[in-house]
Ligand binder design. Structure first.
Ligand code: SAM
Length: 245
C-alpha cells in the first residue's frame, strides 16, 4: 500500500460500478478502483468487477445499507453494529495513513443506493462520488425512445410505495423501482390512477446485454401476464406514454 500522491490525508470515494455488464463502469470509476489501497464492495459487485480489480489490494464486504436506516431494518442488529465498527476502524485507519479508500456501489449511488450511508457516516472526511449508469439509464436505453422531449413533459420516479397516497398530476412517464414489489397491489393502485389500456413496460436485468428483457403490455393484463413471468429483483417498471418498438 502506498500513500496517494495528491494528499497526505487519504481520501474516501464512493464509486459507481454502473449497472449490468462489467464494462458499463466509467473510465474515471475504473481508474479510482485500480488506484485504491482499500476497496469495499458487496460480494455480487466484487464478482461483477473481478477482472478489473487490482491484485493484492484488500477487499472488504461493504454490507447493505450500513450507516443508514436500511441497515437497521434487518433482524440481526448486533451483526450490523459489529460490521459498522470494523469498517469504521479500517476506513479511518487507512485515511490517517494517507491511503485511498474506495467504496464501490452499483447503479447511481444517489438513487436508493445501499452505500449512501457512507457519505453521512464519513462526512467529516469529505467523501466524493464518482457517478455511473443507473438501472434507470440502462432501462431507458433498452426502451430505445425519447422519454422527455417537449419541455412541458413530466417524468416521475418513485417506488410502488411512493404511489400509495399520490394525488398529484399524472406524469407522462412513471418510472418505478421495484423494492418489495407486489404485483396485485401495484396493479390495483395503477388502475385507480390510469385507464386500463395504458402502456406498462417491465424491464428485467437492464444493462446485462446477455439477458436484459423488455416486456410491453396493457395495464389490465399486468396481473395475468406477471403470473407467467419469473420477475427478478432487477426489474424497473415504466407506465404511460411509451410505445412498443
Ligand atoms: C436498491 S435499488 C438500487 C438502484 C441503483 N442505485 C440504481 O441506480 O440502479 C434496487 C432496485 O433497482 C432496480 N434495479 C437494480 N438493478 C437493476 C437492473 N439491472 N435492471 C432493472 N432494474 C434494476 C430494481 O428496481 C431494484 O429493486
Amino acid at each position: 500500500m502506498s500513500p496517494s500522491p495528491e494528499s497526505t490525508h487519504g481520501k474516501l470515494v464512493l464509486v459507481s460500478a454502473g449497472i449490468g455488464d462489467a464494462d458499463n463502469i466509467t473510465l474515471k470509476g475504473l481508474k479510482a478502483i485500480q488506484n485504491a489501497d482499500l476497496i469495499l464492495a458487496m460480494p455480487f459487485v466484487e464478482r461483477q468487477l473481478q477482472k478489473y480489480l487490482p491484485r493484492g489490494v484488500p477487499i472488504l464486504d461493504a454490507g447493505h445499507g450500513l450507516f443508514s436506516s436500511l441497515g437497521r431494518r434487518g433482524d440481526n442488529q448486533l451483526k450490523t453494529q459489529y460490521q459498522e465498527d470494523q469498517i469504521r476502524h479500517r476506513i479511518r485507519e487507512a485515511i490517517d495513513k494517507g491511503l485511498s479508500v474506495v467504496v464501490v456501489e452499483f447503479g447511481d449511488p444517489t438513487l436508493f443506493g445501499p452505500q449512501s450511508g457512507y457519505l453521512t457516516e464519513f462526512r467529516d472526511l469529505k467523501p466524493t462520488v464518482i457517478p455511473g449508469i443507473s438501472s434507470f439509464n440502462a432501462a431507458n436505453a433498452l426502451l430505445g425512445q425519447s422519454l422527455l422531449h417537449d419541455t412541458q413533459q413530466r417524468l416521475l420516479m418513485t417506488t410502488v410505495h411512493g404511489l400509495a397516497d399520490y394525488k398529484g398530476t399524472l406524469p407522462d412517464i412513471l418510472v418505478l423501482f421495484t423494492m418489495q414489489l407486489e404485483i396485485p397491489q401495484l396493479s390495483q393502485r395503477l388502475l385507480s390512477l390510469y385507464p386500463s389500456d395504458t402502456s406498462v413496460v417491465l424491464i428485467f436485468h437492464a444493462g446485462f446485454s446477455a439477458n436484459q428483457q423488455r416486456i410491453h403490455l396493457q395495464l389490465d393484463a399486468l396481473v395475468n401476464t406477471s403470473k407467467q413471468l419469473d420477475i427478478p429483483w432487477e426489474c424497473m417498471i415504466y407506465v404511460g406514454a411509451i410505445h412498443d418498438v
